[in-house]
Write a protein that binds this ligand. Structure first.
Ligand code: WT7
Length: 639
């Protein structure tokens, strides 16, 4: 496709991009060692990668280097630009705004670092952070990094059970939470949910202290000896806190994400490699400049928030915007006002947000200036060519490049995209691999596909941002990512490569559903539904959805015939996982399509739920082929 968005030249890439790609290919060691010079090291690394995708699998970057991540994000900028804005916090209500210079952010991080040390937090200990989009979220992450504690940021939408599971798995010793969180007109009881979560940990509880940030100042119960006021504690400390010098391969953080099977996986990211990747990709993808006001709208509890709200822009000395609220509250166009009021130059958001904005009257976006914008980006799900063009035209006013960035929690940062000023965008396509990123498409037998074609999206070589392992389960790490296409990292996604080498992401090929950019494992949903004792079994699948990209649909088989209360299923999901995962639709059915060996055939359920009834394929391998016609009838009745 060649159109206004995609220059009709033979060469859609800049000389700089081409040069970097060639240098990375010629000598990866040299290339990645040169990229390490982006950071300030206590001990310079002499080697780049010692990674190996075969055997037991080893991910290792800059092994002999030593550094501190918070020092890289703060101290070196305090030296030459102490008064530049590091963090702009904009509350969801007008008038709630705070600007922290690098000097001030550094001081706040140090005070909290000292509090954590006083509470006995040691290098390598885990600290859970459970905060809405307030400055203290960023401060907490950097304070952990400063003292060598491993942060585990937990989403505010998780239920108490979801939180408990992650607290237990990570063995967090301290939790930093909020009294309550604001979400539009609603208040989310963060502290109360955390109290329940710690109670649910029972004998396995490892949490010694809970620091409570007064987001609204609401009165919340405080447990004597355990719970402490964040404000009172930081006031006791001095704004200076010597950083812990870490090995490059020491974990910087754990972050939980959903897989196709089993419980959430705690991905472990390194200090050195991750930070090089955050710096390199932030600059490369967004053509980042020191005076940018960079607004990544993701919540800090997702990898996008880690890398592009916090580490990428700060390690590169930029200004980050942290916005507390929703896109269209208290009125449509709220986010456009936030851009104008804060002179945002790079705006990085999700296709879900763009689709919702497209549904509003175009006058909403057209009535705003948006003249500060320079670069746009999207992440988390495929963006349709229509949405891409709307974003480019209406938000970017035909003047800002759009980077549709493909990556994952596991990759630490962007892998495939159109880099602003360096790789031309193509509506609907993610783009080209970043320099040094070895993307391959493989067939189901593990053979690489050359040229144009479609296959499993894999990486043939490690890159600095790659997660090192799964927390306390390296074997699961190996099996999950390195057994499908031996010798390669397998992403779980499918993709197509076009004649110009651009990649088009076709979506997950496993049982992971992407609802508004939230990655949800169907097994987690089914486990939660199983807690409802009126259910024999269930199957969760994703179906296409106009606004959310995909929606979650659950087929449930009730124990007894007759009346069945489907709202109990919603309650079970809200309790076991969180409200964000409550299914769009529940179909009550007498049975599920299964193979003779008892495996649920999800492919059929996806088609039936999406009312996509052509090419149902060969049904003769089913234990009961008649079930398909019955399910089609029942789904139609229940719609
Ligand atoms: C999954 C990773 C990367 C941070 C946000 C999500 C899907 C991500 C794109 C894109 C199409 C995308 C993939 C991937 N995905 N970006 N630009 N186009 N799909 O991180 O929660 O780890 O989810 O999101 O399916 O595997 P995550």
């Amino acid at each position: 496709m060649v159109d206004a968005f995609f220059p009709a030249t033979d060469n859609p890439v800049s000389d700089r991009y081409q040069d970097l790609v060639q240098r990375a290919q010629r000598d990866p060691e040299e290339f990645w060692l040169a990229q390490a010079q982006r950071l300030a090291w206590h001990t310079q690394p002499m080697q780049a990668s010692r990674s190996d995708f075969t055997g037991d699998v080893r991910i290792s970057w800059y092994e002999d280097g030593r550094l501190n991540a918070a020092e890289n994000c703060l101290d070196r900028h305090v030296l030459y630009q102490p008064d530049n804005a590091a963090l702009i916090w904009q509350g969801q209500e007008d008038g709630h705004r705070e600007v922290l210079s690098y000097r001030e952010l550094h001081a706040r991080v140090c005070r909290l670092g000292n509090v954590l040390r006083r509470l006995g937090v040691k290098k390598g200990d885990r600290v859970a952070i459970h905060l809405p989009m307030v400055a203290e979220g960023v401060i907490s992450m950097l304070a952990c990094a400063r003292i060598g504690a491993v942060h585990v940021v937990l989403f505010g939408g998780f239920s108490a059970e979801g939180l408990a599971e992650r607290l237990k798995d990570s063995g967090a010793v301290v939790v930093i939470t909020a009294d309550v969180a604001r979400r539009g007109p609603k208040q989310i009881p963060s502290k109360a949910t955390m109290d329940d979560a710690i109670k649910l940990c029972g004998a396995e509880n490892t949490v010694r202290n809970v620091l409570v940030v007064p987001v609204t100042g609401a009165a919340v119960p405080m447990q004597e000896g355990r719970d402490l006021s964040y404000t009172a504690e930081v006031a006791l400390e001095i704004p200076d806190c010597p950083p812990e010098v870490m090995n490059a391969c020491d974990p910087l953080f754990l972050l939980y994400t959903s897989g196709s099977t089993g419980r959430p996986k705690g991905l472990v990211h390194s200090t050195g490699g991750y930070l090089v990747w955050a710096s390199f990709t932030h600059e490369m993808v967004f053509d980042a400049k020191p005076n940018d006001v960079f607004w990544c709208t993701a919540d800090t509890s997702w990898i996008t928030g880690h890398t592009y709200v916090v580490y990428g822009p700060l390690v590169n000395g930029g200004t980050i915007l942290v916005y507390e609220g929703l896109p269209s509250w208290p009125q449509p166009g709220r986010w456009w006002d936030v851009i104008d009021q804060n002179q945002v130059s790079v705006f990085y958001t999700s296709p879900t947000v763009i689709r919702a904005a497209m549904r509003e009257d175009d006058a909403v976006v057209q009535s705003r200036s948006l003249s500060s914008l320079r670069v746009l980006g999207t992440v988390g799900e495929p963006i349709s060519p229509e949405a891409w063009k709307w974003f480019y035209t209406e938000v970017g006013r035909n003047a800002c490049p759009v980077a549709d960035t493909w990556w994952q929690t596991e990759t630490g940062g962007v892998m495939i995209t159109a880099c602003a000023q360096n790789v031309a965008g193509k509506p609907g396509a993610a783009g080209l691999p970043l320099p040094g990123v070895a993307v391959t498409l493989t067939d189901t037998k593990g053979q690489d596909i050359a040229g144009e074609g479609e296959g499993l999206l894999c990486l043939a070589q490690s890159w600095p941002g790659q997660a090192m392992t799964l927390w306390q389960d390296h074997e699961r790490f190996r099996k999950t990512y390195f057994s499908t296409c031996p010798g390669h990292y397998f992403s779980g996604d499918g993709a197509r490569r076009d004649a110009t080498g651009y990649y088009w992401i076709t979506g997950r090929v496993d049982d992971v559903v992407n609802v508004s950019g939230h990655r949800i494992g169907t097994a987690e949903i089914e486990d939660a539904v199983a807690e409802d004792h009126a259910v024999v079994e269930s199957a969760a699948v994703g179906v296409p959805h106009d606004l959310k990209g995909q929606a979650l649909v659950v087929f449930v088989v009730p124990k007894a015939e007759g009346a069945f209360d489907a709202t109990a299923v919603n309650k079970a999901v809200a309790a076991g996982v969180g409200r964000y995962a409550v299914p769009e639709k529940i179909y009550v059915v007498p049975d599920l399509p299964k193979t003779r060996s008892g495996k649920i055939v999800r492919r059929l359920l996806r088609k039936i739920a999406a009312n996509d009834l052509e090419n149902m394929g060969d049904l003769s391998t089913l234990a009961d082929p008649d079930i398909v016609a019955e399910l089609i009838k029942l789904v139609a009745q229940q719609n």
